[in-house]
Design a protein around this ligand. Structure first.
Ligand code: SAH
Length: 349
């Protein structure tokens, strides 16, 4: 490791934020040694705040119907090869009930931007979930909505909102999305959510088409400035029916490297080892946890929905990825010295 890398690694570990140029240097010049020392620092920061606990979330994929046409996403509107579905409120409540019995205390409702889920429907649903399970957190991941909508859902009891920023570079954002979508609208949503008092998650895909180290450096700079409560990053994985169907996938190595960097930028952040990471490597989740992640989000969707929520090819939903196989997840985390806990798992500030 050269002197500059040693200095950057040390400064990141003690103070968090670096400049954009420094992040870029850290990405371009990374070596296995640097990765190891960042992972070591990330693990000790994580351990100081969260101990060896791993928080679990039950992920319910409520609909694969989407008005948007994101170029990377398998459930984009123009993909005609998707068998579309949506879950009714009673189906979603049944998933929560089952998840509760399995030891989940956070339910994440994620889906495409499906107009079926009006504010009225969602507010009633959130109230019903909260009434049935007052000790649980409800996280929404339903894309861009109006500030009024976010406010109504918050009043109904929603606690957290995940909305990945996807990329912090406007021109890169434009190359990943159709003209109707805009970087500024995405950012406005994120700041609205924060302003309304949600615990907010941003994030991006690692290795998305056209992504350069300079883009990632901007993502890291944005994360340092936005200070999200949660941050979802996972490798881009091509979906064959999308315009990016033949692009290469992002790597496990860079994703784990960035998990460590993000842990050091935001020591308290809730950082999942994502499904995409588990999909590109059979030990992806473990490697993510060992790089500094502290959350896993097993799939709690009805089995009939799982295959249809195909954001990318070969997306896993079996084994430890399935909420019903929590015992396997517990075992696997235990094997690397971590403990899956039954708790809401709010950010510790
Ligand atoms: N409609 C919601 C949920 C989107 S799906 C929203 O807009 O927030 C959740 C995340 O999956 C997306 O934010 C995106 O970062 C990720 N994703 C989509 N397609 C992907 C792909 N091909 N490979 C990896 N991740 C993908």
């Amino acid at each position: 490791m050269n002197d500059k890398l040693t200095d950057l690694t040390r400064r990141l570990a003690v103070s968090g934020a670096l400049s954009r140029e420094e992040y870029e240097y850290l990405i371009v010049n990374r070596t296995p040694d640097v990765a190891q020392s960042l992972a070591h620092a990330a693990l000790s920061v994580r351990e100081r705040i969260y101990g060896r606990d791993v928080y679990v979330r039950g992920l319910i994929e409520i609909s694969n119907i989407c008005r948007n046409d994101c170029l990377y996403c398998g459930i984009r509107r123009s993909n005609k090869n998707v068998c579309r579905y949506r879950l009714e409120p009673r189906d979603i409540l049944a998933c929560c009930d089952e998840g509760y019995d399995l030891g989940f205390r956070t339910f994440v409702l994620q889906g495409g931007e499906d107009g079926f889920y009006t504010d009225g429907l969602l507010c009633d649903l959130i109230c019903d979930i909260k009434t049935a399970h007052p000790d649980c957190a409800v996280t929404l991941s339903l894309g861009e909505r109006s500030r009024e909508s976010y406010a109504a859902l918050k009043s109904a009891g929603a606690d957290r909102y995940l909305l990945r920023h996807e990329t912090a570079s406007p021109e890169h954002y434009a190359s990943l999305h159709p003209a109707q979508m805009s970087f500024s609208a995405r950012m406005a949503c994120l700041y609205d959510l924060k302003d309304l008092g949600y615990q907010v998650g941003c994030g991006f895909m690692v290795g998305s088409p056209g992504q350069t180290p300079a883009h990632i450096a901007r993502d890291l700079e944005f994360i340092a400035e936005f200070k999200p409560d949660m941050c979802g990053i996972g490798p881009f994985i091509p979906q064959r029916d999308t315009p990016f169907g033949t692009e290469p996938a992002g790597t496990l190595e860079l994703t784990c490297y960035l998990l460590s960097v993000i842990r050091l930028i935001c020591p308290n952040v809730l950082l999942p080892a994502t499904t995409a990471l588990g999909t590109i490597d059979p030990f992806g989740r473990e490697k993510g946890i060992l790089a500094g992640a502290n959350v896993v989000m097993p799939n709690l969707s009805p089995p009939s929905a799982r295959k249809k929520y195909a954001l990318y090819d070969n997306k896993i939903s079996d084994g430890a990825e399935s909420a019903q196989s929590k015992a396997e997840l517990v075992r696997r985390m235990d094997a690397i010295g971590f403990r899956v806990v039954t708790a809401r798992g709010d950010i510790i500030k």
